[in-house]
Design a protein around this ligand. Structure first.
Ligand SMILES: Nc1ncnc2c1ncn2[C@@H]1O[C@H](COP(=O)(O)OP(=O)(O)OP(=O)(O)O)[C@@H](O)[C@H]1O
Length: 231
């Protein structure tokens, strides 16, 4: 579903991303770990079409992002560290607006059911987003992904700043989305969360994907050791 082929991004002399080869299948959650500056956000931005690769390609559902950015955006949902929403609109109104941008028109009760699926408590659906906690805003981001029927979900440090319970709930919902066939690529600094939620974990260093590990085959402690040895 998500495929990087020799994907490279250079800034002057510096290789932010060096010939990345990676395939993430439907229903799979892939977590990218790596120090600040390792190339995680660059990878995500290439899939989003926010930056043009210097070489190689990123494709989604077999379609090249660089050649067909409008088409590939239809397959995608993106959750950054802080989901940007309109603070004066309610959760439902934000969801209505962002799903309409993606070409979907839903009744209020359908919008409400997407927010519930994303784990947002019913009492919050009609409240202004300006009063939401960070975790509640992230859940609206998930609801947008559900409403867009995204085939691929890209997340950049989505649980940073969430309390452990909110982070755990977030992971549960990611797993449900994956079970329904979504391919998930998540950049994170949270080794424990990566181990808990992902099927495979990649460790990046200086633009290179240096290890890819099956999450079932490693404990959180072993993963931390491997991470520290790698970066
Ligand atoms: N617009 C830019 N101009 C020049 N260099 C850039 C630009 N964007 C990113 N870089 C460089 O590319 C490298 C990879 O950055 P990237 O943001 O992908 O790292 P990251 O792994 O996401 O880090 P973090 O964990 O801090 O988010 C870094 O060395 C960064 O300085």
């Amino acid at each position: 579903m998500l495929q990087a082929t020799n994907l490279t991004k250079t800034y002057g002399e510096q290789k932010a991303l060096n010939s990345l080869n990676l395939t993430i299948n439907e229903g799979e959650i892939f977590a990218l770990l790596g120090q600040n500056g390792a190339g995680k956000t660059t990878t995500i931005n290439c899939f989003l079409g926010f930056i043009q690769p210097s070489g190689g390609s990123a494709s989604i559902n077999g379609v090249s992002v660089a050649e067909n950015p409008l088409e590939t955006k239809k397959y995608l949902a993106y959750i950054p560290e802080t989901v940007m929403l309109y603070p004066n609109l309610s959760g439902i109104e934000n969801l209505e607006f962002f799903s309409s941008l993606a070409g979907f028109s839903y009744e209020k009760d359908e919008l409400s059911s997407f927010l519930s699926k994303a784990g947002l408590q019913n009492t919050a659906h009609n409240q202004r987003v300006g009063g939401y906690s960070k975790g509640m805003r992230q859940k609206v981001g998930i609801a947008i992904a559900i409403a867009k029927k995204a085939k691929a979900l890209l997340l950049d440090e989505p649980t940073s700043g969430l309390d452990p319970k909110a982070s755990n709930e977030f992971s549960e919902i990611l797993r449900e989305l994956a079970q329904n066939g979504t391919a998930v690529l998540m950049a994170t600094h949270d080794i424990f969360r990566a181990k808990e939620v992902a099927n495979r974990i990649g460790i990046m260093k200086e633009g290179n994907l240096v290890s890819v590990i099956d999450a079932k085959e490693i404990s959180a402690n072993e993963l931390e050791k491997l991470y520290l040895q790698t970066v």
